[in-house]
Design a protein around this ligand. Structure first.
Ligand code: PMM
Length: 288
């Protein structure tokens, strides 16, 4: 998969001729950036449909916050939050991704119509995840992950963050392949903000070409994250709140799309939908 030949297609999903836009629906009371707003099935489905109207190509539904310091929800609660929303959106023809670290949630979400499994642990949190995804023949997002957050960012220590993330993702991809997931169904993701400081996130965005070198479509999920708050705050200032980071998020979307990302995962879709179209138009001009 070269940058020139496109950003790669993920078997089992529609083909987009530009960077795809994944809109986020967090069905949680406590997500770091939009928690509590869509914490009910009807509101969550409505929000997902609104994101599609705004230009989302797929909608990522999650029921567990991965915010630093968040406590895990139990399985029954995660199922209760996620499955009706997946079913509701899929029945409206939306391409749904399920954001979960639990195999049981992934399995039931796939049965309810989800098209893609997005596991921030890359299959590490639940040993049953890879077999479930392999048996279903589902596409799988493998994110770079060094373990659950435990308050202080004890795992966010790197000598060369880009090389280490590439190597660790490569090892995860091998494990996922060994587990029987087809190579054309694997998406990789650098896991911005997970065991990473702002400088690491920025270095990863500067090194997307090396992540693309893994040979799999690349998902970039920068939306409203802490590193954007740091950039916008400047050296002395206080970071703006998460919901005031959407213009910065759209800037990252344009940069990621321009560098060949397969998809960007965002909370506010409209500006990013424009950003990826501008990136596509620039790419088209280069092809002339
Ligand atoms: N980040 C969050 C949740 N899910 N999924 C992928 N693939 N990559 C990410 O970086 C990622 C994710 C945390 O952000 P949120 O709480 O604002 O949704």
């Amino acid at each position: 998969m070269s940058k020139k030949s496109g950003r790669g297609h993920v078997a089992g999903l529609p083909v987009w001729d530009r960077c795809a836009v994944m809109g986020v629906v967090n069905v949680t009371p406590d997500s770091f950036s939009d928690g509590g707003r869509w914490f009910d099935t009807t509101a969550a489905v409505k929000h997902g449909l609104h994101l599609v109207d705004e230009g989302a190509d797929l909608v990522d539904v999650g029921g567990e916050s991965t915010r630093p310091g968040a406590t895990r929800v139990d399985e029954a609660e995660e199922l209760r939050r996620v499955i009706p929303v997946v079913r509701g959106l899929a029945s409206e023809g939306v391409v749904v991704s399920v954001d979960t670290m639990r195999a049981s949630v992934a399995e039931q979400a796939l049965a309810a119509g989800a098209a893609l499994v997005n596991d921030v642990s890359g299959g590490l949190a639940d040993p049953a995840m890879i077999p479930v995804v392999a048996d279903a023949g589902a596409p799988f997002v493998v994110m770079h992950w060094r373990g659950f957050h435990e308050g202080d960012n004890i795992r966010g220590v790197y000598e060369d963050v880009v090389s280490e993330v590439v190597d660790e993702l490569h090892a995860r991809v091998e494990a996922v392949l060994d587990g029987g997931v087809a190579p054309d169904r694997i998406v990789v993701d650098p896991g911005l903000g997970f065991s990473k400081e702002a400088e690491h996130d920025l270095a990863l965005l500067a090194g997307l070409d090396r992540l693309l070198g893994l040979g799999h479509p690349l998902l970039v999920a920068a939306s409203r994250k802490r590193f954007l708050g740091r950039v916008l705050a400047g050296p002395e200032g206080a970071p703006p709140p998460a919901r005031e980071r959407d213009a910065a998020t759209a800037a990252v979307s344009a940069l990621a799309a321009h560098q060949g990302a397969w998809a960007v995962r965002v909370h506010e879709v409209r500006a990013t939908a424009d950003a990826v179209r501008v990136a596509r138009a620039v790419e088209g001009a280069r092809e002339l």
